[in-house]
Design a protein around this ligand. Structure first.
Ligand SMILES: [Zn+2]
Length: 349
């Protein structure tokens, strides 16, 4: 047996080990490439990503390329188990590890974080909030397409803002919002994912929704505050003669927002719900003589200093729930900040 045959036989033995039967980076079965500098067995697709970082990884085909003795010994000494124990020692729980079903962009981010930036080799290097910044991949629903796509989100406590990026290497975030105007609520049913989260924020004083989920775990968010109530009601316009239209309503403390669809990005409109001492009240039913072009029978009237808002609910239970929610808000005194919001609403209308 020649020296070359011997090393190829040794190579096959290492390759056959159970630990090397899945790609070290994406888990795809039967990898037939390996990195001679990192000592990992990887699939063809991940080998292409490794080739983009030649300072870290040199890849060769296990089938077509020649491996010398020293290289085979290196693979034998390392392999997927040992290398993963080093480079994946401390992966934060919120970090999503892509699989071979994920797109190239996502896998490249993972491979670079792992080997190039060595983000997971030491405890605390990536831990949330250690330097006031939490970064991770969330799947965001496209505003128009409705398709969920992986996006990099960054929560900076120091700057007090949440950002997300549409491209992995983008310098400028798609959004950059102050944390104090954000509300996040868990919405597994609406989003159709057990880890679904609705993030609501104000942009140019308009309410904007984004819908995200995390692939592997619940997002422990300090931004979370539950909406007081959500659901469909019908509403009419300011003249109270317009046809009632079915809308999705969300009551976020004093802000009653309505949407055409529960998953809409932008609110169609908003109503400020102030306090009793400032002239706000809620009444069961509609004013007598309201024109009857509504299909739901259970009316609610919200009185503000400027006008009345008329809503109808499909069931009596819904009507009572909404009235309870509005009453609890109206019975509370307004904070100085809420006076400012009220003034803004008055200015806008
Ligand atoms: Zn792979």
């Amino acid at each position: 047996m020649s020296g070359s045959d011997k090393s190829m036989k040794a190579l096959r033995e290492v390759w056959r080990r159970a630990e090397n039967s899945l790609c070290a980076d994406c888990g795809k079965p039967d990898p037939d490439w390996a990195s001679s500098t990192l000592g990992v067995f990887i699939c063809l697709s991940c080998s292409g990503i490794h080739r983009n970082i030649p300072s870290i990884s040199k890849v060769k085909s296990l089938k077509m390329d020649h491996w010398d003795d020293a290289q085979v010994q290196f693979l034998a000494k390392h392999g997927n188990a040992v290398t993963k124990a080093i480079y994946e020692a401390h992966i934060p729980i919120y970090y999503y590890q892509p699989t071979y079903n994920d797109c190239q962009v996502l896998r490249e981010q993972w491979i670079r974080a792992k080997y190039e930036r060595k983000e997971f080799t030491e405890l605390g290097k990536q831990l949330p909030y250690t330097d006031g910044v939490k970064e991770g991949i969330l799947w965001k629903r496209g505003r128009d397409s409705g398709q969920f796509q992986p996006r990099k989100f960054l929560l900076s406590e120091r700057e007090g803002c949440l950002k997300y990026f549409t491209k992995q290497d983008a310098k400028e975030p798609k959004i950059n919002v102050k944390i104090d105007v954000i509300n996040a609520t868990f919405q597994p049913e609406k989003i159709g994912n057990p880890n679904g989260l609705q993030i609501t924020y104000l942009k140019d004083n308009k309410t904007r929704n984004i819908f995200v989920y995390h692939k592997s775990g619940k997002i422990k968010s300090r931004l979370t505050r539950n909406f007081l109530k959500e659901g469909f009601m019908e509403k009419t316009g300011p003249k109270q003669r317009e046809a009632f239209k079915k809308r999705w309503f969300t009551l976020d403390h004093r802000r009653l927002m309505y949407f055409k669809d529960p998953l809409d990005a932008f609110a169609k409109g908003e109503v400020f719900v102030g306090s009793r001492e400032n002239g706000y009240s809620v009444q069961k039913g509609l004013p007598s003589g309201t024109q009857g072009n509504f299909s739901w029978p259970y009316g609610i009237t919200i009185v503000t200093p400027d006008r009345e808002y008329l809503f109808t609910c499909e069931t009596e239970a819904d009507q009572l729930d909404w009235i309870t929610a509005f009453t609890s808000v109206i019975n509370q005194d307004m904070t100085p900040q809420e006076y400012a919001i009220e003034a803004y609403f008055k200015f806008k209308s």
